[in-house]
Design a protein around this ligand. Structure first.
Ligand SMILES: C[S@@+](CC[C@H](N)C(=O)[O-])C[C@H]1O[C@@H](n2cnc3c(N)ncnc32)[C@H](O)[C@@H]1O
Length: 274
């Protein structure tokens, strides 16, 4: 008798209508609103509606590392990654490799984590946004050191290239070899053009049902370009984004989520059908 082959089903997150948010006051105000939509009071239940069961997954809080995702954002990324069981993860902006390590350790053993950062010897003055220079400087010779002792390090493919170049896109295509991205982390340079370029690049290669997790939304002291990009995508192009927002702890989180599921870009389906 032929042994039945096991087909691994991919899990897709559920698009949450902003009028269904746990914060009922906000939900009502979001009835005719472009977003990005804030997950605030009751965010645990909201996140659990998007990724059912993710809030009960075990997690140990990590330490704050300057230049890396905040401990809260690491927790959210861990929950999403563990829930999604991604096969292909692409991270834009390795830095020391703390988020790379988390992605490798929160995903199944066969997962590939492709992480890109600028090449050694890159002329940092060419970076469009000076706020990125201190981190890019450190990453020059310390890129990825945080995952070197991880048992999951063999899952990681480190690429040292400028992610905004056609050469990188060609290289990414070669590595993907026809497969699509299940989970992307966008956290490289933080000016408007680079954020837009990398988000759109990630989106082109992300499977339907995949997730794009970006950092540094709503951080107006230094990262206006990131915020402008997501606002523009939401208001002008109808993209549905969720971000976390805590009135009394504004520094707790910067992450913003895009679910690449049907209906996540308002008007797109109607246009395609017309
Ligand atoms: C904020 S750090 C990333 C932090 C990391 N994701 C974490 O949470 O630990 C941003 C990184 O993006 C890199 N970067 C900036 N511009 C880039 C580009 N065009 N291509 C690839 N990497 C870039 C910088 O060198 C820097 O190491």
């Amino acid at each position: 008798m032929k042994t039945p082959t096991l087909i691994q089903m991919k899990k897709d997150p559920i698009l949450l209508d902003p009028t269904q948010l746990e914060n009922r006051i906000l939900a009502r105000r979001y009835a005719k609103h472009h977003g990005p939509y804030a997950l605030t009071d009751g965010w645990e239940k909201d996140l659990d509606k998007i990724f059912p069961g993710c809030i009960n997954l075990p997690y140990e809080q990590s330490e704050e590392v300057y230049g890396s995702l905040t401990p809260f954002d690491k927790e959210i990324l861990h929950r999403i990654c563990t829930w999604l069981e991604p096969k292909i993860i692409v991270e834009f902006g390795t830095y020391l490799g703390h988020s790379t390590k988390l992605l490798a350790e929160s995903s199944p053993p066969e997962t590939q984590v492709i992480t890109v950062d600028l090449p050694e010897g890159y002329n940092l003055e060419k970076l469009p946004c000076s706020t990125d220079i201190p981190f890019a400087e450190v990453a020059q010779d310390k890129c990825g050191i945080a995952y070197q002792n991880s048992l999951a390090k063999d899952k990681i493919i480190q690429v040292r290239m400028d992610a905004t170049t056609p050469e990188f896109e060609r290289h990414l295509e070669e590595i993907l070899n026809g497969e699509e991205i299940d989970l992307a982390l966008v956290d490289a340079a933080h000016d408007y053009e680079t954020t837009k370029y990398i988000f759109e690049l990630a989106h082109r290669y992300t499977r339907e049902g995949g997730v794009i997790f970006s950092d540094d939304y709503n951080k107006l002291v230094t990262h206006q370009g990131v915020t402008l990009h997501f606002l523009e995508k939401a208001i002008k192009e109808g993209y549905c984004f969720y971000f976390f927002s805590f009135r009394n702890e504004p520094e707790k989180t910067r992450s913003i989520l895009f679910l690449n599921v049907p209906g996540a870009i308002k008007g797109k389906q109607e246009k395609e059908a017309a």
